[in-house]
Design a protein around this ligand. Sequence first.
Ligand code: ACO
Length: 332
Amino acid sequence: MGMRIIGWGTALPEKIVTNADLEKTLDTSDEWIVERSGIHQRHIGDSTAEIAVAAGRNALALAGIAPASIDLMILATTTPDQSIPATSAHVHHELGLGGGAFDVNAACSGFVYSLVMANGLLGSGAKRILVIGAETLSNVTDWSDRKTAILFGDGGGALVLESVPDEGQLLSWDLGLDGSAREILRADHGGFIQMDGREVFKRAVRVLVDSATRALEQAKVRPDQIKLLVPHQANIRIIRAACDRLGIGHERVALVLHRTGNTSSASIPLALVDAIDHDRLEPNDLVLLTGFGAGMTWGSALIRWQDGPSPMPGAGASVDRRTDLDEREDDD
Ligand code: ACO
């Protein structure tokens, strides 16, 4: 038993904050932000539940299934709307889902953690699971701190998964955590994100590469066999360094960072759906999702792509038409 992806969708708040907007309130520049992070703009607004509902609704519509036929919904978020109850309760109600629902907080690795968990549950009785990653990092960002305000944004992405009798699309995975590094990236209750950027950067490259390598080795797949790498969208320099160490060419990377900023657990589904919407995947292509985040957590999942339903107009995020990392780098 395994999983098959039968629907996908994304949601981004309407309001766009560009680097030029940030220049007005912070001692920073578009040039510095683009050079150091690769980010040009980010979307800000709405609640985590609103974003999750919109992404989930798009994914369910594309799958063409009734919301009540969902057995379980997993919401990956590090920015829940309240401490109690879980934001998934709100989302479950708004979407009219069947079964249960719960939140997962594994920071930016949350979507991969949720996907791996869903795959296991689909192998032990669940028929359909909706996995959503949704965040409002703007609520935990200190907009007067130039070291963090330039990086984060809001957004969401979702996949509808169905149980299949064969191995399914998830070929291998790797999840991990180093809690001794929990202080380098954190937000206290009611507080803002505090980050040792250089330390996060250094560790991020290492854990991304190690985790991706473990997932590949488990499935006996070589890096050159990967059609698409879908990394957590935190910083273009982290992504480039990880690609170079893994031996994966920049043209094989899914990238939305330049227009979304870092959206934590939403970033991998946002980038994956963008690649699907741009027809970058064909049946049997190997896709490697890999992320890292506060904790410090990491997670990788190797997927064999299968034909899903044709994307309906408007089901994914609105996108520009550039498709690879190098073309986007030309803009930097
Ligand atoms: N504009 C202009 N100058 C700035 C800015 C800014 N926005 N921010 C910092 N600077 C200055 C610093 O004050 C410093 O000046 P100094 O040399 O006079 O002291 C100089 O620029 C260099 O600062 P660094 O912090 O060394 O810059 P760095 O090249 O490391 O880039 C960045 C900073 C972009 C934050 C980088 O370290 C990074 O991306 N780290 C990883 C962050 C990350 O991935 N976080 C998310 C993890 S997952 C999750 O969030 C949930």
